[in-house]
Design a protein around this ligand. Structure first.
Ligand SMILES: [Zn+2]
Length: 425
């Protein structure tokens, strides 16, 4: 760790370095849990009702065609007795989480050295992501700087990197990425890191990359839900929300992607129950993370504007554009967005044959309110505001966890997709 990293970690606060399981909570291993994909035939509520007596964990709550659930060992027989139309995603979820890789240590690099690509062979602890970005920035200090977008509920800084090309710092419209807003979606952080890494390391040698970075300033926030991310590593791999507590509520956590202050007040796109995975909070934009992200977003809007925003998620293999809050609405530039999404999906597929479905998020997946994409489109005035749901799709390929061996292929195919998109947009 270099001095700049040390200073940056002081900025992030003491909690950022804590790796221990929170007091009173033991780590959930999910040993013996069996995970299923249950067909819902467009009626997920009926399936949820049928399994409501079980303590099964549901995962992809945003999809109306199927519901992915992890069933504890003592309830597998009861689940199978329901005779639902289901396929197996994980025979033993705990074993697959273990296989996903013990989170690897990152030693850092000596001053101004470029971090190794081996970073993308494993998942890492939160503090190591901080170090990685600090190292990457130090190696390319003439065209990058570390940025911050406010502070999480538990006091961690929401950090990121700003990259620029020949026009100089802050001279071009923004390309703006968020990773790991949903705590368990680790692959999204790795993907935006890979894009940042390639923009910087290939700028001097690749004319396509140079043209992209000369045309846009990039703002890449790899972990916008740091408290949740740390919690997935200390305690519960499948945690989704932030770690915000609220007086009078026993359940922890607000869904940051249902708390953005745009169409937040509408019903049916989020939950008002604090115990639910899509809990929207008590007021629009009232989570500490959303406050920081809103301020950062408005800063970009008010400087050179936002060309492209992508909120990176997993899983399902979707490219989604506005709107989430109303299934009958399409963005004004719908034809253009569809054509760019089709082209991006086609380019992604060239690397490994991975297929992505695209379309407006509400009609393609499910209604969402207070989500980032609607906010970035309508308030942030981003020309393109997308959600990309990364690997896997689920069937036959797992779902809840993505093996470390798939980090690099997932990142490579998305880098190819972004190079197409940013040249064409
Ligand atoms: Zn997500």
């Amino acid at each position: 760790m270099k001095l700049s990293t040390a200073i940056f970690q002081i900025l992030l606060g003491p909690l950022a370095l804590a790796g221990a399981v929170p007091k009173g909570e033991s780590k959930i291993t999910y040993g013996g849990y069996k995970a299923f994909r249950v067909a819902t035939h467009n009626n997920p509520a009926a399936i949820k009702e049928k399994i409501s007596k079980l303590s099964a964990v549901t995962y992809n709550i945003d999809n109306r065609e199927h519901l992915d659930v992890a069933v504890p060992p003592q309830e597998i027989a009861a689940f199978e007795a329901l005779k639902l139309e289901a396929s197996v995603l994980h025979e033993d979820l705990g074993a697959d989480i273990a296989k996903e890789g013990t989170v690897a240590a990152y030693e850092g690099v000596s001053a101004q050295a470029v971090p190794s690509l081996t970073w993308f062979n494993a998942y890492h602890a939160y503090a190591d992501h901080v170090t990685f970005f600090s190292d990457l920035q130090a190696a390319f200090s003439n065209q990058s700087e570390l940025v911050t977008a406010g502070t999480s509920f538990e006091g961690r800084t929401i950090f990121g990197i700003h990259l620029w090309g020949s026009g100089g710092k802050g001279s071009k419209p923004a390309v703006y990425y968020h990773g790991t807003v949903h705590a368990r979606e680790w692959i999204s952080t790795k993907v935006v890191e890979y894009i940042a890494y390639n923009l910087l390391t290939q700028y001097g040698t690749n004319t396509t990359v140079k043209a992209i970075l000369d045309k846009y300033d990039f703002y890449i926030l790899p972990v916008v839900n740091p408290d949740g991310f740390v919690y997935t590593q200390t305690t519960n791999r499948l945690w989704r929300k932030n770690r915000q507590t609220r007086s009078g509520q026993s359940c922890v956590g607000t869904d940051i992607n249902r708390n953005w202050p745009y169409k937040w007040e509408l019903t049916n796109g989020a939950s008002t129950n604090a115990c639910d995975e899509t809990y929207k909070g008590l007021a629009a934009g009232d989570s500490p993370e959303n406050k920081g992200l809103v301020a950062f977003t408005l800063g970009l809007k008010n400087s050179k504007g936002i060309k492209l925003f992508i909120d990176w998620h997993s899983y399902g293999q979707y490219i989604l554009f506005p709107y989430g809050y109303d299934c009958s609405l399409k963005p004004a530039n719908y034809a253009l967005q569809s054509s760019l999404a089709a082209g991006t999906a086609a380019r992604i597929k060239l690397s490994y044959g991975t297929s992505f479905t695209y379309g407006p998020s509400c009609s393609t997946l499910y209604a969402t309110t207070g989500d980032s994409v609607d906010y970035l489109d309508s308030v942030g005035l981003a020309q393109y505001a997308w959600t990309i749901e990364l690997r896997p799709t689920g069937s036959g390929t797992g779902g809840f966890v993505l093996p470390a061996a798939q980090i690099l292929p997932t990142a490579i195919e998305q880098w190819e997709g972004q190079k197409y998109l940013l040249a064409a947009a």
